[in-house]
Design a protein around this ligand. Structure first.
Ligand code: FPP
Ligand code: MG
Ligand code: MG
Length: 375
């Protein structure tokens, strides 16, 4: 079993960057909207600190790609590409460690981190309306604070602002990459709502798990995967792909860690029994009619759950019976085991392409954080 190096603190490593990002994001979402209430609703979640997973991944990858020995520094693999007139390449090769923070390239990567957080918060504003959630980040959700209509519009507004910031990066490949994510978020949400396989009596256990994993990719992993990839795409001139190994590894790191992140989230729904950090109490997914990995694992030993699943746990006693079966048949540890396997894949992909650095260690330990978190 893979041992994670837990010496580097991911969030501390990018603390100055996250601070700059927070200042900038406040600027991006609160200026120029023509209505104070829209301003208030759109900036609402930026006043509270979330986990900042996505920007932390983007920023750590930006630093890790500029570390000594990275193909992108031109030290280890100077034959990677002709780059005599590539200004970004020069910025990158000159910038190692602390200096990378001052490069024009890093300014763009920081903007990307900000855009990913804006897209995430936009999706969360809409998600809380769909889920009729009343808390988020330890406080009233925006739909409760401002009403459904303004919460939806604030999400739209954030997407508009994110699109403008994205366009200003002047890189159509990055625009396309992040735009595909917005489609994926919508697709993941619809798949969750209308799960054909879960409604069918014939679907095999394997088909049910595949459908769940595919939904999870769209809903959670795609944003992380594509944000991570885009952080490396910014190293290139538009249209070139001089560091395909870094790009692919960044994508895989984001994808696999995103899968692990959502699996842990779905496991925590059966582990936490009280309201912690704005999360509703245990069993919320079942009460919402959702079948997640812990339930699918339990179903292998408790076939009766399939009928409960098909009626979305609306039958008398369905929620309690499914919940108890998950605990009895190890749904939680099996889900955590799968999350561990994904997190390991993330770390392996990362370490195969990126040279050792404190930032890479931060990314490794971030995978550990994902597995250890309790809220
Ligand atoms: C949180 O899941 C929800 C998401 C990660 C995605 C939500 C996406 C949409 C609503 C589609 C619209 C997208 C945009 C960009 C406007 P959850 O409800 O399982 O978790 P949580 O509520 O506990 O955080
Ligand atoms: Mg929700
Ligand atoms: Mg939801």
């Amino acid at each position: 079993e893979f041992e994670f190096d837990t010496s580097a603190q991911p969030f501390e490593l990018v603390q100055p960057d996250l601070q700059r990002m927070a200042d900038s994001v406040r600027h991006s979402v609160s200026l120029g909207a023509d209505h104070p209430v829209l301003n208030a609703a759109a900036s609402y979640f930026f006043a509270k600190q979330g986990k900042r997973m996505r920007p932390t991944m983007v920023l750590l990858l930006a630093h890790a790609a500029a570390a000594p020995g990275s193909p992108a520094t031109g030290i280890m693999d100077s034959g990677a590409a002709p780059h005599s007139d590539a200004s970004q390449m020069r910025q990158c090769s000159e910038a190692t460690g602390a200096e990378h923070r001052d490069s024009a390239l890093f300014a763009r990567q920081l903007k990307l981190a900000e855009i990913t957080e804006m897209i995430h918060v936009a999706s969360v504003l809409h998600d809380d309306v769909i889920d009729v959630a009343d808390t988020r980040r330890g406080a009233a959700s925006a739909n409760v604070a401002f009403g459904n209509q303004l919460a939806v519009l604030a999400g739209d507004f954030l997407l508009a602002r994110a699109s403008m910031a994205l366009a200003r990066l002047r890189d159509c490949d990055v625009v396309e990459t992040l735009s595909s994510v917005i489609e994926h978020l919508v697709c993941g949400e619809v798949l969750q709502m209308h799960h054909a396989a879960q409604q069918s009596e014939q679907a095999s256990a394997d088909a049910l798990m595949q459908a769940y994993l595919s939904k999870t990719y769209f809903k959670t992993a795609s944003l992380m995967a594509h944000s991570c990839k885009a952080s490396i795409m910014l190293l290139d001139e538009q249209g070139s792909n001089r560091f395909p190994k870094l790009r692919e590894a960044a994508y895989l790191y984001g994808e696999k860690l995103g899968m692990a992140f959502q699996l842990v989230d779905d496991a925590l729904d059966f582990a936490s029994s009280s309201t912690v950090f704005g999360k509703p109490s245990a069993g919320a997914d079942l009460r919402a009619g959702l079948t997640t990995a812990p339930v699918l694992f339990a179903m292998e030993r408790a076939p009766f759950i399939r009928q409960a699943m098909q009626r979305k746990y609306r039958g008398e006693g369905d929620v309690n019976a499914a919940f108890d079966a998950v605990l009895q048949f190890d749904g939680v540890p099996k889900t955590m085991q799968l999350a561990h396997a994904y997190a390991t894949d993330a770390v392996v992909a990362l370490c195969e392409a990126f040279p050792p650095s404190e930032y890479r260690s931060g990314l490794v330990n971030l995978a550990n954080h994902v597995l250890q978190r309790s809220h």
